[in-house]
Design a protein around this ligand. Sequence first.
Ligand SMILES: [Zn+2]
Length: 142
Amino acid sequence: MPLYEYYCEPCNGIFEALRPLKEAAGPFPCPVCDREGRRIMPTSFNAFTFRDGYPRRIPDKGTYWHLGKEVKSPVTGPVRPNEHPEINKPEPPAKKLKGDLDIERERRRLARQQKRVEKKEQEAATAAYEARIKKRPPQLDV
Ligand SMILES: [Zn+2]
């Protein structure tokens, strides 16, 4: 059986009901007040029932509806138009441009080069120190 949407005017809310196609057009009792709700087209519901600017649905779970998707909270803070943080995940970091990759590669190359130079200097210093020790005249025991 297909799922249909109904609107209850006294509750100012929407509910869904599974009904056979033949009976879908007729009214259906509201799950809250048991009065007859009338069938609505799924795309039309945003037009007349809202909570804090979001469509509400009955039985009311205190949730909000964002572009037909259920969310726990209304949008707060800056978001792009028609997006909701519970639905639209934050965008992954921007793909790196080829120029940026080249710069990063160059940086790594320079860092490696720097390490090699430091290592050579260290080795040279060690060698010089050892050479100095060897040249020193033997110490006499007192
Ligand atoms: Zn109702």
